[in-house]
Design a binder for this molecule. Structure first.
Ligand code: 6GU
Length: 336
């Protein structure tokens, strides 16, 4: 990738709206942005509701408000430890996400999404750090050929260390003790709703994008708490996967969808026992002879709830997973 045209992008591409609680500061000015996990860490219920905004929204159903103690966790997240966390801790009020990438400007488009902009307005942040702006090597070099031979280029450990040090003013080995540092890699733990929820409980996230053949393994081993994949296929780099993670995490945060409860009963959520969401219909009630199920027009909320739960279960069965399998999948890391 050394041959790749250098991106004409500043080291910092600022995250859309900046709130007074989270000033965006250039990495080279602010070496230490870490605040640690102080008493300011607040939690609240993730009472969220269906996303669809149809003309005939059913009245809101009561949602239990979990009164969870502050989320307690080990200082370093390693593979497989996540399963020990409580099943339903509250999501963070807001999250500060740092994405390390060679293509910071790719995220400009992403920032324009409505729920992302909503999250910024509520104090969340998404900032990009350009590896190339921090490389100690000449000519903006960030990667190199693999030892032992083979195709492609590998992101260098010294380059990633320099970028992390510039951002956090500390040894990256220590940084992962206090914030989750996620390497985006096709072989990682596959992202699902439980994993997203886990990440949405963090107030700070660091996402490291790799390119081509990926990371020097020492980056993953010593600087990262997580390896995350968005599925079993290979992308040219981690940027799209990082956007998927940001999208999925930000929309979980309270208020991001504009409706407090809009994500409560969506597909794969605990409210649906990890099953896909039930089918939705809106007007017209009949189109080309295709009718909306009578029960949805009945106004009988108990029956509607039962019908939806049954539809959701049927979809899960068609998709080939049982409640037990879903519980197992959502509670376990699945690294290869
Ligand atoms: Cl996170 N990165 C890359 N490069 N490819 C992927 C992926 C990540 N997840 C699925 N494929």
């Amino acid at each position: 990738m050394g041959a790749e045209a250098s991106e004409e992008t500043p080291a910092w591409v600022n995250g859309g709206v900046t709130s007074d609680t989270s000033p965006a500061t250039p990495a080279n000015v602010n070496g230490g942005i870490e605040e640690g996990h102080g008493p300011g860490r607040r939690f609240r219920g993730s009472a969220l509701r269906p996303t669809r905004r149809g003309p005939r929204k059913p009245p809101p159903q009561p949602v239990p408000t979990p009164s969870m103690p502050p989320f307690d966790r080990a200082p370093v997240w390693r593979r497989g430890e996540h399963a020990a966390e409580p099943a339903r801790a509250a999501y963070a009020e807001r999250v500060q996400i740092d994405v390390f990438t060679l293509f910071p400007h790719w995220f400009d488009w992403f920032r324009g999404q409505r729920h992302v902009a909503n999250a910024f307005a509520l104090g969340s942040r998404l900032e990009c750090v350009d590896y190339r702006a921090h490389t100690p090597l000449s000519a903006g070099q960030v990667d190199d050929t693999p030892f032992g031979g083979g195709a492609g280029m590998v992101l260098r450990v010294d380059v990633v260390e320099a970028a992390l040090r510039a951002r956090y003013g500390d040894d990256p080995v220590a940084v992962r003790e206090r914030r989750r540092v996620v390497a985006l890699t096709p072989g990682g733990r596959v992202l699902d709703d439980a994993y997203v929820s886990e990440l949405a409980r963090e107030e700070r996230l660091t996402l490291l994008c790799g390119r081509y053949e990926g990371f020097d393994e020492r980056i993953v081993e010593h600087f990262c708490s997580d390896q995350l994949s968005i599925g079993r296929y290979v992308l040219a780099g981690g940027e799209l996967a990082a956007m998927v993670v940001c999208d999925a995490v930000l929309r979980k945060l309270p208020g991001a969808l504009g409706h407090e409860e809009s994500a409560h009963e969506e597909s794969f959520s605990a409210a649906l026992d990890g099953a896909p969401e039930y089918p939705h219909y809106t007007r017209p009630a009949e189109w080309r002879g295709w009718k909306v199920p009578d029960v949805l027009l009945s106004g009988h909320h108990a029956r509607i709830r039962e019908w939806r739960a049954q539809q959701s279960r049927a979809r899960a069965q068609r998709a080939g997973s049982s409640p037990g399998e879903r519980a197992q999948q959502s509670g376990r890391a699945s690294l290869p």
